[in-house]
Write a protein that binds this ligand. Structure first.
Ligand code: FNR
Length: 342
């Protein structure tokens, strides 16, 4: 199938997929503190991601690009919102634009709309160093996301079948690209074993892209009659994956993403060990179905919710929030126990 049409179909399916709350956030309960000893004005939402400083822990995660005019409009709309709210934004895979100059404008618009904001480029682990550099230059990116999506490829009949050499290619990009590299999953989660391999080759930032939100196995299986249904529930939940990565590869900055659907989920992702939280499907859905004002309002509300929740927990900074006491129930508790985490 032609790549642009597939990307548009992904958007339609992603927006309509039933959301089941499997990301594990419901298993996380904060321990109430009766003496928080701060006021909401003391809360500071700025955070760091490797060497990058961000004024908000929230960002718009990678979605679209390379699908002609409709995706140009989406990227333009999301970039305007990222600028207005002072949050970072990642573009979707730029592979098509690296190969075909006609596709570049749907990405370039993001930098044009938001000349000084933090923007991440995006490419697959099959890319060469030269392709990675082109993706960064195309939008003058502050960082480069390299996505790992082996299960999504396997579920697609036209997808890749050979994943040999990805780690070595990522290593070369780490040394040659000139901006921080973020290695990300796309909804199947990242294990401690993967995180440690990435840490060893010099990666400093990973995005767990956990199970429980957008599910490309279900999306692909819903698009055709013969389905590989055994991949539908494949993956590490976002909550479990954040703990796996942050506790076993401690030099990494961690992005919690996958199924974040409220500020409360985002605050829990940070309390589990993330520095930054990425949201893809929900932000796109609100923008497409309700418009710019509604998404701006939602992000402002989330920032307000962050201040209230962090005040209740007595945490002034995102770093303090990463260390609050909490209790882990249910499947997430079971998973972490089985995998050797306390
Ligand atoms: C994505 N995602 C994605 N990721 C990536 O690295 N490159 C890409 O091109 C895309 N494309 C894309 C399109 C659409 C329509 C969606 C909804 C998502 C994955 C995304 O960045 C994220 O990892 C997952 O969607 C999980 O987060 P949410 O959607 O549960 O918040």
């Amino acid at each position: 199938m032609e790549r642009g049409r597939r990307k548009l179909e992904h958007i339609v399916h992603a927006l309509n997929l039933e959301q089941k709350r499997e990301a594990g956030f419901d298993d996380i309960v904060f321990v109430h503190q009766s003496l928080p000893d701060i006021g909401t004005n003391d809360v500071n939402l700025s955070t760091t991601l490797g060497e990058l400083s961000l004024s908000s822990p929230l960002f718009v995660n990678a979605m679209t690009g390379g699908g002609g005019q409709p995706t140009l409009e989406i990227n333009k709309g999301l970039a305007e919102i990222a600028k207005e709210c002072g949050i970072a934004m990642a573009v979707g895979s730029q592979m098509a634009a690296v190969k075909d100059a006609k596709e570049r404008q749907s990405f370039e618009i993001v930098r044009r709309v938001n000349p000084t904001g933090v923007v991440f480029a995006n490419i697959g682990s099959e890319a060469t160093v030269d392709e990675a550099k082109q993706a960064v230059e195309m939008i003058e990116a502050n960082g480069l996301q390299i996505h790992l999506n082996s299960v999504q490829e396997l579920v697609m009949p036209e997808g890749d079948r050979n994943f040999i050499g990805a780690l070595r290619r990522i290593e070369r990009m780490v040394h040659a690209v000139g901006v921080p590299i973020i290695v990300k999953e796309v909804g199947f989660g990242m294990s401690k074993e993967t995180a440690q391999k990435l840490e060893e080759i010099g990666v400093t930032i990973v995005d767990v892209g956990g199970f429980g939100g957008t599910n490309f196995a279900r999306i692909e299986n819903n698009r055709r009659p013969t389905s590989l249904s055994y991949f539908n529930d494949w993956g590490i939940s976002t909550a479990a994956s954040i703990v796996e990565v942050s506790q076993s590869a401690t030099s990494l900055s961690v992005i919690g993403s996958g199924g974040v659907r409220s500020a409360f989920d985002a605050v829990k992702a940070i309390a589990l060990g993330a520095q930054v939280v990425g949201v893809a499907q929900l932000f796109l859905k609100v923008w497409m179905e309700q418009g710019t004002e509604s998404l701006l309002e939602l992000i402002h509300e989330w920032h307000k919710d962050f201040r209230l929740l962090m005040t209740a927990l007595g945490t002034r900074t995102i770093e303090e929030l990463r260390h609050v006491p909490l209790v882990i129930y249910g499947q997430t508790h079971h998973w972490l126990n089985e995998r050797g985490f306390d």
